[in-house]
Design a protein. Structure first.
Lengths: 325, 338
């Protein structure tokens, strides 16, 4: 077994075990309805987490995704309800704006040599502030496109519903996996996260890759914003508060190394599903309060960071010993 | 090391920025500098800036020490919520405040110590190590308050948030004392030098005989302790512990204050009084936006504008560009003089 896949396997095993444990306690959790809701309720988080995976693999961090989601929902709402644009035009404009936002952040990180964490922190303030300047109040969206989309779904065997937004998330994950493991851009991102200097010496276009990574992350946050506005039929400047932390947690739980250069987009999917499982379990239980979600996710985060340390500190010296013998 | 004179200190850009922000505030609101004496304490917008800025200033003191070791502490906001919750719950269940306050401070110390253990013994990146507590901490605080806002009417605890000593609001007094004690501790002993050494190069510092691990544990515990003080102030101010909102996003304000104060995020250079000045700049901007009648939503936009400006000014690229553009003859002139 390839040692590199161990964190991914561990995450999958924990998810399966946790799900089995939950099903043993509440047999009704084993249904396509629950699974369909997993996908629908976490669609925006999953999409944002794909972008975060790329950023973390490249050795950076993006704290602005939650704010960009919030900004996108407000922008879509104002464009549809106040400017009277068709939703699809509004979506296109929002994606262009969010992509530009990410490109500027990426350029600032590369050319100003400022840590990504500070630049995206400024981006987070800017996007949240911009959203609340556009509209401090929640704007409800009423449009036939919205009602059509929220009504259309594929019926799964067992009564579960695969909604449009769940399908958008699954598509984003598939595209993300292909992009990370099967394209030149993907290998550039891995190289950059492994070691920026070596990557540059090997001919990786560092400036272009950095800018593209943050553009990708913000664009996906924009898509997540579209999905969020479809999910809630509203635009609110404070929506998706703290989603960046959930996304980072999902990426880490999915086995991506926080120092960059190593990770899987597929693992992030399991990470998102694991968070969904925790939330659903708490809903099923009924007596546990919602704050337990935060504690359990914090605990999982800690466990996986420990696991990464153990796997990597155990694997490095062993390789050396192997070479010596 | 060269000793700095008072005038050169006062000429730093941070003081210029603070003066500029206050001048704009004065233009917007002519009564900005008016201070009145009433009920045995000072009142006025200026005092208000100091009072509202005190929690962030206290957080910034702790975070400065952490950032000086090339780390960062994202959990201070959550630790504020925890310490406030501990104090409020203990006081409301009948424990005297003289016991509840030390225990709340101890809770902050323990949180900071936990961060320190993750960073030193498990060798986890500081952003991630403190992220764990940032995510879980608020949940823990809600566990302590059992999800509700715990209110109390304890005189000592509310005195910390709203009382006055020598005419100054209590938070200001606490922040001032903490700043002076910490500055003396790091500048009149070798502690500051050791912290800077660890920040510049941790393994080199270890080879030079500095016990980096102990120092890092100390620094993270100190940041947790400062956060606990700030948490007590915020809880005392509203006479209640709100686990959801106490200290929410204040970790970002604290980091911003430290960056504004000129402490290098790459470690090795720090100034605690300047971080406090940074916190005052942020608060003066907040107050200015409020009294000018703009909606508070502009606050975040203005704040991000200021961060971007400072980042651009601090970046090596901008420094090169400015020196090329405005002082083109200096480097050759120096060389010819040599």
């Amino acid at each position: 077994m390839n040692r590199a896949f161990r964190p991914l396997l561990a995450t999958t095993a924990i998810f399966v075990l946790a799900y089995i444990a939950a099903v043993l306690q509440y047999p009704s959790m084993l249904s396509t309805r629950v699974l369909g809701n997993f996908l629908t309720d976490n669609a925006f988080l999953g999409i944002a987490a794909v972008g975060m995976t790329f950023v973390i693999i490249s050795g950076g961090i993006d704290l602005s995704v939650g704010a960009v989601i919030g900004f996108s929902t407000v922008m879509i709402a104002t464009l549809i309800m106040w400017a009277g644009l068709h939703p699809f035009v509004a979506f296109a404009i929002t994606l262009v704006v969010s992509a530009g936002f990410g490109a500027v952040m990426g350029a600032a990180i590369h050319y100003l040599k400022v840590p990504s964490f500070i630049v995206t922190l400024a981006g987070m303030f800017l996007a949240r502030g911009g959203a609340s300047v556009l509209s401090p109040d929640s704007i409800g969206i009423k449009h036939e496109v919205y009602t059509t989309i929220s009504r259309s779904y594929i019926l799964l065997p067992g009564g579960g519903r695969l909604t449009v937004i769940a399908m958008i998330m699954l598509t984003v994950f598939v595209v993300g996996i292909v992009l990370a493991h099967r394209t030149r851009f993907g290998s550039y991102v891995y190289a950059l996260g492994g070691n920026e200097t070596s990557a540059a010496l090997m001919g990786v276009p560092v400036a272009r890759t950095t800018i593209l990574v943050y553009t990708l992350s913000s664009t996906l946050a924009g898509i997540a914003g579209i999905v969020f506005s479809l999910y809630t039929s509203a635009g609110y400047s404070l929506s998706a508060l703290g989603v960046e932390l959930d996304a980072i947690a999902a990426v880490v739980i999915g086995g991506t190394l926080l120092t960059g250069g190593y990770g899987f987009v597929a693992g992030t999917f399991i990470g998102v599903m694991l968070q969904g499982l925790v939330q659903t379990y708490i809903v099923f239980d009924g007596t546990l309060s919602s704050w337990w979600t935060k504690i359990v996710i914090g605990g999982l985060l800690f466990m996986f960071i420990l696991l990464q340390r153990l796997v990597f500190s155990a694997s490095t010296p062993r390789k050396k010993a192997f070479r010596k013998s | 090391m060269k000793r700095q004179t008072l005038t050169s200190t006062l000429l730093r850009p941070q003081f210029a920025a603070l003066a500029a922000v206050m001048f704009i505030n004065w233009l917007l609101f002519p009564g900005f500098f008016t201070i009145t004496w009433q009920d045995g304490r000072f009142f006025g917008s200026l005092i208000d800036v100091l009072n509202r800025g005190a929690p962030v200033a206290i957080l910034a003191i702790g975070v400065t020490a952490v950032i000086a070791t090339k780390g960062v502490d994202l959990s201070v906001g959550a630790v504020m919520a925890i310490s406030g919750a501990v104090a409020a719950v203990m006081v409301s269940t009948g424990t005297p405040a003289t016991i509840a306050i030390p225990i709340a401070l101890l809770a902050g110390l323990v949180c900071g110590f936990w961060n320190g253990v993750l960073v030193t013994y498990l060798d986890i990146q500081p952003i991630i190590a403190t992220l764990v507590l940032m995510v879980a901490g608020r949940g823990l605080a809600q566990l302590i308050t059992e999800g509700s806002i715990v209110t109390f009417s304890d005189p000592l605890l509310s005195y910390i948030g709203t009382g006055a000593l020598l005419g100054l609001p209590m938070p200001v007094v606490i922040a001032l004392v903490l700043m002076i004690v910490t500055t003396l501790a790091v500048r009149r002993t070798a502690l500051g030098l050791l912290i800077e050494a660890v920040g510049v190069n941790r393994s080199a510092a270890r080879f030079a005989g500095i016990s980096s691990r102990l120092l890092l544990l100390l620094v993270y515990s100190f940041a947790g302790f400062c956060a606990a003080i700030a948490g007590l102030i915020v809880a005392g101010d509203i006479r209640g512990a709100d686990a959801n909102n106490a200290g929410l996003w204040l970790e970002l304000d604290a980091i911003l204050a430290v960056v504004l104060g000129g402490t290098s995020l790459l470690g090795g250079r720090f100034s605690i009084p300047m971080s406090v000045v940074g916190a005052l700049i942020i608060q003066a901007m907040n107050t200015g936006i409020l009294i000018s009648g703009f909606s508070p939503q502009f606050n975040l936009v203005v704040k991000s504008g200021v961060i971007i400006l400072i980042l651009v000014l601090q970046s090596p690229q901008a420094g090169q560009w400015i020196s090329r553009r405005f002082v083109p003859t200096t480097p050759p002139a120096k060389r010819s003089a040599e």
